[in-house]
Design a protein around this ligand. Sequence first.
Ligand code: ABF
Length: 231
Amino acid sequence: MSGPDLRRAAAARALELVEPGMRLGLGTGSTAAAFVDLLAERVRGGLDILGVPTSEATRAQAEAGGIRLATLDEQPELDLTIDGADEVDPQLRLIKGGGAALLREKIVAFASRRMVVIADAAKRVTTLGAFPLPIEVNPFGLTATHRAVEAAVAGAGCRGAVRLRLRPDGGAIVTDGGHHILDAHLGAIPDPDALGAALWAVPGVVEHGLFLGIADAAILAAARDGTADIT
Ligand code: ABF
């Protein structure tokens, strides 16, 4: 089975959690997009739900699929958010933000009674940090914030480089919220709570991609004997 098949299998399992009338947080990324596609099919078949997207990309996809949408201000309490992740550890701690949507993803997940991660089982890790940790920062004072983030990372017992994420044309990535992304290439994060707290102490940091104590469950799909094994 290919990666897209596994992502679709995880998304299909998550669809079983959706009940009529639910207010759903809709994640970002290719796995979340597979979920939104399947959800749109169900909506066209008569399922009535309300979606709150975590990015402009997801908003466009959901709108095109005919999913009724609201803003988080209109629906500040959600029943369930389904979203992807870049890494998932055994305690359901996550790295997210490879798609640069981490701020809205975290706000939406935090406003949800339940957050369920869907992913290819290759995203499962024992220790977070092989995937570069995205850190969303305000453009004002970027150089000072970058240095402060490097110091915070070192102070939390991590080693590695912190790099501004660039577009192919060389400019800095701009998020839906108008911020930039610093990626911390750490290899391993020995104490995610300490790193999260250290990053929070830096004023220019808007949000970081460590989702700690937010996910309630993970649906991970692995290939086995030509089918998707869901755990
Ligand atoms: C979002 O999309 C992000 O938080 C994460 O960075 C990424 C995962 O993408 P994919 O599902 O394409 O692997 O969920």
